[in-house]
Design a protein around this ligand. Structure first.
Ligand SMILES: [Zn+2]
Length: 359
């Protein structure tokens, strides 16, 4: 199987490739069925594969489709890791846990968010406490998420957002759009009102497989920010935070969304933060591996048009199909050169983590 064949053209194909590759490599498979169905009526699930001793002290975790439509990327690396014969070289006292499609609904329906239009990477907040406030989102809500949609409205609002990105201090407008908001259920980067199915599923996986380990590494695969094909390693927290510093020592080229060194604005309720909190006493070293696709202008437009489509539009119209094709392209560059770049950086990142965990 060549590198480009590790990648799939839809969720169902990706799921099948993952399970087949995991079994071939000798991993055990477990399935968590999502209550919703895919666009072709197919069953949706998060599938996990465990390779290595059950009592291993150290575990590397990989995760795909935190943002559903970004799942093509992470799935490809996960499948490739199994297919490329690396299972035989897993270091001693070490296990690999690959979590495939933690947000299967978003993967199948080609959207970042889940079945409730919730962004899993903004959902890990404490809902028993006051929720984060994003004044910028409220201020620019009518521009970010207009209730009517056409090519003209898309162009006009995009130009306005571009102007504000340019005029305001770095990452302020991007933060207003993308840092997370808890007030507009039809809007973008919505964090929800309660833990989502995906968050609860992740909690079960962590409780069952990870809380008793000594050391855990996590690589969460994302797409949509930065130069096309380049994989930015974004640490959790920032310099001075022991977990961030450790990750920097492992990988050497970390950025932080907290200090302006990343292409990402500071975020609320991220899953890496939430996962770490579920493993007290375990030394967790985690990154988001964020690959570029298209310019930020296009990616924001894709997210905004998709939010409108699911809230107010018709998925089965020409307009709906055009938006979906645009969203897919914004998160998955279905091209051989891009897949090669994803694979080589992804596998390098995983191999470094395995070597450091085994040290
Ligand atoms: Zn993402």
């Amino acid at each position: 199987m060549s590198v480009t064949e590790y990648f799939s053209s839809d969720y169902a194909e990706a799921r099948k490739k993952f399970i087949d590759a995991a079994r071939e490599a000798g991993a055990t498979h477990e399935r968590f069925v999502n209550p919703e169905k895919g666009p072709n009526g197919e069953e949706l699930s998060t599938d996990i594969a465990w390779l290595g001793p059950r009592d291993a002290d150290n575990v590397l975790v990989t995760m795909s489709a935190t943002h559903g439509a970004e799942g093509f990327c992470g799935s490809g690396v996960q499948v490739g890791w199994f297919k490329s014969g690396r299972a035989a070289r897993l270091p001693a006292n070490m296990a690999l846990l690959q979590i495939h499609a933690i947000n299967p609904f978003g993967f199948a329906w080609i959207r970042r968010t889940n079945e409730d239009n919730v962004d899993l990477n903004r959902n890990f907040v404490d809902f028993n406490h006051p929720l984060p406030v994003n004044d910028g989102y409220v201020k620019y809500q009518d521009i970010i998420c207009p209730k009517e949609w056409s090519d003209e409205i898309a162009a006009k609002t995009s130009a306005e957002i571009d102007r504000l990105i340019e005029e305001l201090p770095p990452l302020v407008m991007q933060g207003a759009v993308s840092s997370g908001q808890y007030v507009d259920p039809n809007g973008v980067f919505y964090g929800g009102t309660r833990p989502t199915w995906s968050r609860k599923t992740l909690g079960t996986i962590i409780e069952t497989h990870l809380t008793s380990r000594k050391r855990v590494g996590i690589i969460d695969y994302h797409t949509g920010l930065g130069p096309r094909g380049y994989g930015e390693r974004i640490g959790d927290g920032g310099p001075g935070n022991p977990a961030w510093d450790r990750a920097q020592d492992w990988w050497g080229d970390l950025t932080s969304s907290d200090d302006g060194s990343s292409t990402s604005a500071p975020l609320h309720g991220t899953n890496l933060n939430g996962m770490v909190a579920l493993m007290p006493g375990v030394e967790v070293t985690s990154i988001a591996l964020e690959y570029g696709t298209r310019p930020l202008h296009d990616v924001l437009l894709a997210v905004r048009s998709d939010a409108w489509l699911h809230a107010y539009g018709d998925l089965n119209s020409d307009q709906g199909r055009a938006i979906k094709a645009f969203v897919r392209d914004a998160f998955y560059q279905d091209a051989d050169d891009w897949k090669q770049m994803i694979w080589s950086r992804g596998i390098d990142t995983q191999e470094i983590a395995l070597a450091r965990l085994a040290d």
